[in-house]
Design a protein around this ligand. Sequence first.
Ligand SMILES: NC(=O)c1ccc[n+]([C@@H]2O[C@H](COP(=O)([O-])OP(=O)(O)OC[C@H]3O[C@@H](n4cnc5c(N)ncnc54)[C@H](OP(=O)(O)O)[C@@H]3O)[C@@H](O)[C@H]2O)c1
Length: 322
Amino acid sequence: MRFSTTVMVDDRLHVEIPIPTPKKDEVLLKLEAASLNPVDWTIQTGLMRPLFFPRHFPHTPVSDVAGEVVEVGQGVRKFKVGDKVVAILTLSNGGGFAEFATASESLTVTRPPEVSAAEAAGLPIAGITAHKCLTQAAGVKLDGTGPQKNILVTAASGGVGHYAVQLAKLGNHHVTATCGARNIDLVKSLGADEVPDYKTPEGAALNSPSGRKYDAVIHCTTGIPWSTFNPNLSPNGKVIDITPGPRAMLTFTLQKLTCSKKQLVPLLVIRKAENLEYLVQLVKEGKLKTVIDSTHPLSKAEDAWGKSIDGHATGKIIVEPK
Ligand SMILES: NC(=O)c1ccc[n+]([C@@H]2O[C@H](COP(=O)([O-])OP(=O)(O)OC[C@H]3O[C@@H](n4cnc5c(N)ncnc54)[C@H](OP(=O)(O)O)[C@@H]3O)[C@@H](O)[C@H]2O)c1
């Protein structure tokens, strides 16, 4: 039997389990890097059961990975053994905290040699979410062809936020970005035009230092009520909320009923490799970068896990099988 080392971080338990066998439309990856997202530990707490995932415990967590194809299922056409790739593993299977994992062909894209495994592994959920918020939910153009918009990114030092700042600047938009004092220089270096500290009264009020009203807010943290966003929005301003709670859903419903021009838009990204290839290409061209908070060996994956739960990562937390 083939074995790989896998961690069940919930229990701080590292166990040996069989290397998975790829199904017809899957590839088997020898993993080189995995990145964490807050949803990983939300799943692991069991909060999303019984309606969603995982179906069974113990569950090997983490879905964003980069690695090398070492086996392909019979129906796989796009990849061959030896290809370097980045992939999103399904919520039901997980599997990123391991040495080997199977990925669906449709959720896997090629990784060029210029893009490191760690940079690529950071991209899937956080990068796709940032891209979707800007382009689909807020209707912002990223190729410089549309009108310049005033955009606010909250938690701009986090996984989603740091990609959102860079993508918005690719489209020449004016970006206000909130983060803590220690990350202001970093967020400016990613292109943000003005960076209020969220712990100051002006930052907490989301005021633009240059007095702008936001056409779109990419809202990547929690606990900010609509009454704080409202006075900062342009007449048709939208708040794209990727962490909507019950209050946000009530605001959304009331706004729909009253045909409000200012809108809160709850957004949930479904796992698709949509635009992942484009994001990888941007990294290759040096137009987008993955800021790496810290890198941890798989044998110490629980340190990475704890860091993500703390909620103070700057960019992406990476785990490498070693
Ligand atoms: N809807 C979806 O499909 C979707 C997809 C991806 C993520 N999400 C959710 O989006 C949220 C963000 O994800 P993430 O991966 O970006 O998280 P993350 O990387 O863990 O975010 C951590 C960062 O947020 C900053 N931060 C925390 N509170 C802040 C505030 N009030 N103002 C400004 N910055 C603040 C922290 O800065 P300090 O250290 O200085 O406090 C830290 O740098 C999570 O709740 C996640 O579950 C949703």
